[in-house]
Design a protein around this ligand. Structure first.
Ligand SMILES: NC(=O)c1ccc[n+]([C@@H]2O[C@H](COP(=O)([O-])OP(=O)(O)OC[C@H]3O[C@@H](n4cnc5c(N)ncnc54)[C@H](O)[C@@H]3O)[C@@H](O)[C@H]2O)c1
Length: 115
């Protein structure tokens, strides 16, 4: 079984570079992926790449510095894919707890991660 079969992931900055590669890899291993980026066109292109390869993805235009936009992104992902199972971010803001779930992270920690 692929590593992410049955998982739902949000990848931010997924229109390019590391985020694009991460989104494509997770989708190729079975995850349904929200491809989130401030650049709508780029997110749409990555979704098309994933779908052409047989994967499942949706595009989300979001500015990750906008807390309301991030909440909308999470809600839309849950609506579209029936849940959210992979949304960790690696942060030095809480060295006692490096891998955190962005869906339940408090706003102050989120802001420290971005800073
Ligand atoms: N620490 C390291 O060793 C290391 C190594 C490589 C990259 N990086 C960092 O990782 C990040 C990603 O690198 P990359 O090469 O994939 O960059 P990239 O420029 O190819 O991709 C970044 C993506 O993020 C999107 N984006 C920018 N601002 C956004 C916002 N506010 N909300 C949502 N999306 C936004 C862009 O549109 C772009 O698609 C960069 O900040 C880079 O500096 C760190």
């Amino acid at each position: 079984m692929s590593r992410f079969t049955g998982k739902v992931a949000i990848v931010t900055g997924a229109g390019s570079g590391i985020g694009r590669a991460t989104a494509r890899l997770m989708a190729s291993e079975g995850a349904a992926v929200t491809v989130a980026d401030i650049a709508s066109d780029a997110a749409g292109r990555v979704v098309a790449e994933i779908e052409a390869a047989g994967g499942r993805a949706r595009a989300q235009t979001v500015d990750v510095s906008d807390a309301d936009g991030v909440q909308e992104m999470i809600a839309a992902t849950v609506d579209a894919f029936g849940g959210l199972t992979s949304s960790t971010t690696r942060s030095r803001a809480r060295p006692d707890r490096l891998d955190q779930d962005i869906a339940t992270m408090d706003l102050a920690t989120w802001d420290r991660v971005l800073a």
